[in-house]
Every structure is written in C-alpha cells, then in structure tokens.
Design a protein around this ligand. Structure first.
Ligand code: ADP
Length: 265
C-alpha cells in the first residue's frame, strides 16, 4: 500500500474506514432485529396449534377417553393439530434455507403442463370439499418444456392453488392458464373468484408471516409463509411474480418461467 503523505487523502481514508465500520454495525443491527422478529413470529405461530393439541389431550385424560365417539373425535382433531405443526415446521425449514441462501436450485427440463396436472390431482379432494372447481387452460398445447427446479416449482404451484382454495368462495372456480410470452418465456396464472385482497395489504403479501387477517383465528390458517416461499423460489430462478386482486371479485397470482429450446412450437 502506498504511504499517505497529504492530509486530504488521510482524511478520506479515515472516513472510508469509519463508513465501512458503520455499515458493518448497521447490518449487524438489522440481522439482530431480524432474528428477534423471526423467533417471535415462530413461537407465536407454534403456540396456537400446540395449545389446541394440548387441549384435546387434556380433555381425553379428563374422562372423554371413556366415550368411544368422543375419543375418536378428539384424537382426530389432535392429529389435525399435529399435522398443522408439521406443515409449519416444514415451511420454517424451507424459508430458513431460502433466506440464508443455502438452497441450491436443481434445474432440469420438464413439462410444466404435466406438473400442473399432477398438482391438480393432489388437490382435487381439497377443492371438492369446498365445492371449488379447478380448471386448466393450456391454449391447446400438449406440453410445454421449461428449465427450472421441478420440485420447487411444484411447491409454488401448490402454494398458489392451496391459497386459491383456502380464500376462494364455496362453489367458486380456480383457473390455471399458461400463455407464451416473448423471448422464450411462459407466464402461468392462477386466478380465483374468491374473497380478494384489500389494496393496502397487497404490497406486504409476500412478507413472511404476513396475513390479511392477522387475528389468526380463522380455521384456514396456514403458516403465513406460503407466499414468501413462492417469491423466494421464483426470484431464485431469476423470474418474476405478480399479483392483482380486488375484494369480492378475486385474485390472480402469476409468474414467469424460461422455456427450453426443444419445444415443438
Ligand atoms: P397463509 O398461510 O396465511 O395462507 P400466505 O403467505 O400463503 O400465508 O398468504 C398470505 C396472506 O395472503 C393470506 O393470509 C391471505 O390473507 C392472503 N392471500 C393469499 N392468497 C390469497 C388468495 N388467493 N385470495 C385471497 N387472499 C389471499
């Protein structure tokens, strides 16, 4: 390093050094805030299902066990609570990996139409329980090959569809459509005619743990992580996600993917 001989350069050097330290301290502070915030949210999310499960177990121990019908009912509910806990922990695991950048994409060429059809099959029952019809508009194409991480894109499609069922009106419809965009891109849209999202909430939807109904009292509670997972995955692919929504009209979530060169069309 050259020796500094003039005062001006020395001052500049000191300022640069101090500035560097300040930035470091700021990042540390943000990280610390993030950590506290994250832990606070996690314990809050876990509390509700844990108390529910505990409640059913205590009721069983308190005598409900002797009644065959009650026993079955409460065990079913306790099991549902545990199932929910498992979902939350899985989502937490995934979001942590995504946020610390420890999750590598495993790209491959696959047919996105086939993948969407698979997700439809998996969610058919869930949709039927709410009398929601799932429809698929693929513009008369049999297959569209994209290059992406298949498993993660399946998670994206599944999270968006699950939401459209959760926040859809009974007897409603969810439509998935695929459209070719310019420059070897496709756009996949998931559209529902459900409850919609008030404008003021839209900018914060993709934050982790963010919910329009913050009370968490609704039966349809997920982990509040679904959309932040979706956004992370899409952005890790270098793609974009969009949302349009209107209260009582419905919502549309859409994202882009890169097509591979070996497509017929
Ligand atoms: P959650 O586990 O609460 O569903 P998400 O991150 O998946 O968490 O979604 C965040 C919030 O966005 C939801 O709580 C809900 O208020 C709103 N939301 C998501 N998808 C839809 C949709 N299709 N229609 C209406 N609201 C939605």
């Amino acid at each position: 390093k050259p020796v500094i001989t003039d005062m001006k350069t020395l001052t500049q050097e000191i300022e640069k050094f101090a500035e560097g330290k300040k930035i470091e301290i700021d990042t540390l502070k943000i990280r610390e805030e993030y950590r506290k915030d994250f832990l606070g949210n996690v314990s809050h999310e876990l509390k509700t299902p844990l108390f529910t499960v505990q409640g059913y177990i205590l009721t069983l121990l308190d005598g409900a066990m002797k009644d065959k019908k009650l026993r079955e009912k409460y065990l079913q509910r306790a099991s549902k609570g545990v199932e929910r806990l498992i979902y939350i922990v899985k989502d937490l695991d995934l979001i942590t990996k995504l946020e610390v950048g420890g999750l590598k994409l495993e790209r491959e060429d696959f047919d996105i139409i086939e993948l969407i059809q698979n997700v439809f099959d998996l969610l058919e029952m869930k949709a039927a329980q709410k009398d929601i019809t799932l429809t698929f508009d693929m513009e008369y194409q049999d297959s569209i090959y994209v290059n992406a991480d298949r498993e993660k894109i399946q998670q994206v499609v599944s999270n968006l569809l699950v939401n459209s069922i959760k926040y859809g009106h009974p007897n409603g419809t969810t439509e998935v459509s695929i459209e070719n965009l310019i420059k070897n891109k496709v756009i996949i849209r998931v559209t529902d005619n459900g409850e919609g999202i008030p404008k003021e909430h839209i900018p914060r939807l993709f934050e982790r743990f963010y919910r329009v109904d913050q009370s968490g009292s609704r039966s349809e509670g997920g982990s509040g992580l679904g959309l932040s997972i979706v956004k992370h995955i899409i952005e890790a692919h270098g793609e974009k996600i969009y949302v349009e929504s209107e209260v009582d009209v419905g919502s549309e979530f859409s994202f882009t993917l890169e097509k591979t060169e070996n497509n017929a069309s």
